[in-house]
Design a protein around this ligand. Sequence first.
Ligand SMILES: [Zn+2]
Length: 252
Amino acid sequence: MNSFICTCLAVLTFVLTGCVSSTQIEVEAKQQFEQMRAQMPVSGSLTDKAYVRCISRAIIAQLEEPYASYDWDIEVFEDEDVNAFAMPGGKIGVFSGIFKVAENQDQLASVIGHEIAHVTRDHSLKRANRTMITQNAALIGSEIVDTTYGVETTDIILFGAQLGLLMPYSRGNESEADVVGLEYMAAAGFDPRASVTLWANMAKANPAGPPEWLSTHPSGDTRIGDLAGELRGALPLYNEAQSAGRIPNCRR
Ligand SMILES: [Zn+2]
């Protein structure tokens, strides 16, 4: 690669990734969430909705600011897939298929805590920037290069629209969400030991491979080994929560 191309790549990367703000990601997330609501059946079960909200609210109450004060939008989608996600700006989506795998409030709290941790640790923004670097590399030589120095906000938003939900997070972000999510659930009074069972159930339910949202996670065994170590940090938080009377009772 000659130095001209190298310079171009560096400038393009800087211009594009330097311009993606949390606000733009949040705007995109809001649109995607509304689009899902419009295109997918939402659960008609008030019990399921109340159950997911009960768990989510208990965890949200333990978040650092500004996340604890977000106006979180929580939805249950009627879909067989074992899936759940959280998006920047405070959106949580749970697919009803997850109830086949998450057998109780503590197990579902493991999933929701993990997803919320992706939001509080800005993983979507990191993923967006990572995606852009990949796209930029692919776009060198195309007409995009010609507009490098005159890139406009609309172009950035166009790029933003391609940074969809379906992109996997990096392995490092997944591990961080595991650790942070475990702390959140434990501080909310959910038993963090349930996460071990949850991931084992998940591996059993998906013998052909993990669902998309876990696609960059370590394999089941490695992950369960890691979690067992991380429990040492989370268990004291759980005990503290219990002593302080934070004992959630979310039922389905
Ligand atoms: Zn994840």
